[in-house]
Each structure stands twice: as structure tokens, then as C-alpha cells.
Design a protein around this ligand. Structure first.
Ligand SMILES: [Ca+2]
Length: 124
């Protein structure tokens, strides 16, 4: 349901257009989003509220940098764009995700609109 939905990220690395946030939801494993922040985040707007039972995140499958998908939180937010919106659910993943590997988070029915992936250490 996240495919081609509007996404944003804390910053975008200046690499000639290689890392815009939409790359993470374009269905292609050889394109990726890329932030510059030391503690970066990426978020997709599902455009409506969905009852979410699981979240699958597929790591980039090109020959670079798959180890960067490690030490991150996955978070769900309601339909609320204010600064103090309440986090509905979150889960931490510390271990690295392999190239092209899918990591699945069981949610068990949370009604949410925004899905955020947020680094908890200094990487992209
Ligand atoms: Ca992609």
C-alpha cells in the first residue's frame, strides 16, 4: 500500500538525484533514498488511515551499503500533521539487514496513516 505514495526524508544527499525519498516506495530494489543527517529519518504518507497488521521493509539490493539499514526504529503515526503528534506504535531493529532482504514487523492492527523509519545511530 506504500507503493508510489508520497514520501519525505529528513534531508536528501546531494548525489545528482540518486536519493530522493520516493525512491524507497517505487518498487525498485536498485533505487534508494539517501539522507545526509547523522540521525536521519524517512517517512511515507499512506494518504489515508489503514489498519496495519505488518510492515515489510526491503533493503536496497545494489552492491553498495546494505549494512546501513541497521539500528533503526519503525514508527506509526495517526492522521495528525502537528508537531506534537502522538506515536501509535514503534519497534526497534538493531541488527543489519542483508542486501535485498525483507524485514517484517508484526503490528497487530494499528490504525495509522504515516510510517516512519528513523535511524538511532549515526549513518544514512
Ligand atoms: Ca527503490
Amino acid at each position: 500500500m506504500a507503493l508510489n505514495k508520497e514520501a519525505k526524508e529528513s534531508s536528501t544527499y546531494d548525489c545528482g538525484g540518486c536519493g530522493p525519498p520516493g525512491n524507497a516506495v517505487d518498487g525498485l530494489l536498485n533505487t534508494f533514498s539517501h539522507t545526509t543527517d547523522e540521525i536521519g529519518w524517512w517517512e511515507v504518507d499512506l494518504d489515508s488511515i489503514y489498519l496495519i497488521n505488518k510492515i515489510e521493509i526491503v533493503n536496497r539490493a545494489d552492491e553498495c551499503c546494505n549494512e546501513r539499514l541497521a539500528a533503526f526504529d519503525v514508527k506509526l503515526y495517526p492522521e495528525d500533521e502537528t508537531e506534537d503528534r502522538q506515536e501509535l506504535w514503534s519497534k526497534h531493529r538493531s541488527a543489519e539487514v542483508g542486501a535485498g532482504e525483507t524485514v517484517t514487523f508484526s503490528v497487530n492492527g494499528v490504525a495509522a496513516r504515516y510510517v516512519r523509519v528513523e535511524k538511532t545511530d549515526k549513518d544514512y
